[in-house]
Design a protein around this ligand. Structure first.
Ligand SMILES: [Zn+2]
Length: 312
């Protein structure tokens, strides 16, 4: 039995996870990052000890998925965008506080490990996860090993350049993949289309919604056959496929997964993206092609993957 912790900027969740990757119990509380790093450690330790009470067997270890860069030893958080960690020895501190062996991993990489441990990528050794969210995250596994890079910060899929000199990105560069293919980009494209097509269902649905345009409005207008929404979706699928095709050509994974809330659209979203990727990639006739699928663990991928960090 293992414990996985998903550490977020707002909430922290601990779960009891079986050796088969099943979540048996979970507890969640606020991170309260403003109280400092040591306070976050105390919060994680008490959550872990609480879920451990539900375990019928001894706990073999605890894995933590955290935002930001983790050093290659899995002991130190080098830096984290939303948490007060700078070269912070999180694994050691948490071990002292809860008495269990601790391993750290980057949260996006944990989502990939979760899918490999117990989700859509079970048994795969060459797999890439592209998480479509506010930005684009993900992870790359090559021959059964997570690609972490020289300093632990590899796999920044969202910041590969897709358009040279393109739209400015939050990272300070221009034309990054996530500026065109994140859900933020999808909503921006939908807003532009609604402004151009006042007669569209897309525009009328957004006007009658309290909080304006969002992904749900776009998909429901597309499902209803609205031309403006369908055009946005087709252009979005092109953008997602364009970046993913580069990943397939560089790494030639056995499986490429799309995760994030939007992947709940399933084949409605994935099938056209798959076709567009297959039109773009190098592939030898007669050999199996990279499978393109939706991730299956949804929001649980990170916590199952954190538990997967625990060495058997
Ligand atoms: Zn960027």
């Amino acid at each position: 039995m293992r414990i996985g912790i998903d550490l977020g900027g707002t909430t922290v969740t601990a779960a009891l996870v079986s050796e088969e990757g099943k979540i048996l119990a979970r507890r969640e509380t606020l991170t309260r990052a403003q109280n400092g790093a040591d306070s976050i450690v105390d919060t994680m330790a008490s959550l872990a000890l609480e879920v451990a009470k539900d375990s019928p067997e001894p706990i073999t270890g605890l894995g933590v998925g955290t935002p930001g860069a983790v050093d290659v030893t899995g002991r130190i958080v080098v830096t984290s965008p939303n948490l007060p960690f700078r070269m912070y020895p999180l694994a050691g501190r948490l071990e002292e506080a809860c008495g269990m062996p601790v391993t750290l991993g980057n949260d996006a990489n944990c989502a990939l490990l979760g899918e490999v441990f117990a989700g859509a990528a079970k048994g795969c050794r060459d797999v890439i996860l592209v998480t479509l969210g506010t930005g684009i995250g993900g992870g790359i596994m090559v021959d059964g090993k997570l690609l972490v890079g020289f300093n632990g910060a590899a796999g920044e899929i969202g910041h590969m350049t897709m358009v040279y000199g393109g739209i400015p990105c939050n990272c300070g560069r221009k034309g990054c993949y996530e500026v065109y293919a994140s859900t933020t980009a999808l909503v921006r494209m939908a807003e532009e289309a609604a402004a151009e097509h006042p007669e569209s269902l897309l525009r009328r649905s957004a006007d009658s919604a309290d909080s304006g345009m969002n992904g749900r409005i776009l998909f429901s207008a597309a499902h209803a056959g609205d031309a403006a929404a369908l055009d946005v979706l087709a252009r979005y699928e092109d953008a997602v496929a364009e970046g993913a095709s580069s990943l397939v050509n560089i790494f030639e994974p056995e499986l490429l997964l799309f995760g994030g809330g939007i992947s709940a659209q399933g084949e409605y979203l994935i099938a056209p993206i798959r076709d567009k990727i297959y039109q773009r990639i190098y592939a030898a006739d007669g050999l199996p092609r990279t499978r393109i699928e939706a991730a299956t663990l949804g929001g649980d991928a990170g916590i199952v993957g954190a538990a997967a960090l625990v060495k058997p």
